[in-house]
Design a binder for this molecule. Structure first.
Ligand SMILES: CC(C)(COP(=O)(O)OP(=O)(O)OC[C@H]1O[C@@H](n2cnc3c(N)ncnc32)[C@H](O)[C@@H]1OP(=O)(O)O)[C@@H](O)C(=O)NCCC(=O)NCCS
Length: 156
């Protein structure tokens, strides 16, 4: 018999969708990430590319992430990338390792799918997650996307 790990990712379903849309970051962080509701709408129109998941610890929903797989980066069919699209850790749950768990979980899923790199974009500025991503090993690759810094992590 296998037991459910306390800290885990759950698929977003009818059972937990309200818990997902209730996740809120701190007010001063709201410019750094879209609300979960918007991410779920995007997931609906990008099936197969978007991978939304609720982050749950025990019986507590603590955050939300959305990965992307093989997205047509320049929308011209020449470059396909995978990575982390959204990450929202609930205001009261930040600083407890859930963001790191989210990044490591997506990295593991990407490795499983054969990816060699993991991309993320972030909003520069004092309330943005730049230092969080730099601390986890992402490096700016010199590009920007929609005003955001593009960072990449080599997956070994
Ligand atoms: C950025 C965010 C995802 C971090 O999540 P978190 O659960 O608080 O982060 P963790 O507790 O897992 O922290 C992991 C490490 O990063 C560090 N860290 C976290 N946020 C940081 C920040 N803003 N600046 C510098 N370091 C940070 C932690 O100190 C920790 O370091 P340690 O392991 O050496 O102690 C969270 O603050 C958040 O949801 N922010 C708002 C939305 C956002 O910006 N999302 C990203 C959009 S791309």
């Amino acid at each position: 018999m296998t037991s459910t790990p306390a800290l885990r990712l759950e698929e977003v379903t009818a059972r937990n969708v309200e818990a997902a849309t209730d996740i809120r970051v701190r007010p001063e962080q709201e410019d750094a990430v879209a609300p979960v509701m918007k991410s779920l709408a995007e997931a609906y129109v990008h099936p197969g590319v978007a991978w939304p998941r609720l982050i749950v610890d025990g019986d507590r929903p603590v955050g939300f992430l959305m990965a992307f797989f093989d997205i047509d980066w320049n929308e011209d069919g020449t470059l396909f990338r995978s990575g982390l699209w959204r990450l929202n850790i609930a205001a009261a749950e930040q600083g407890r390792g859930y963001g790191r768990f989210a990044v490591e979980s997506v990295a593991a899923e990407l490795r499983r799918r054969g990816a060699k790199e993991m991309y993320v974009t972030w909003q520069p500025g004092p309330n943005g997650p730049e230092n969080f991503y730099l601390g986890l090993g992402f490096r700016p690759n010199g590009e920007t996307s929609g005003g955001q810094t593009v960072g990449v992590l080599e997956l070994s």
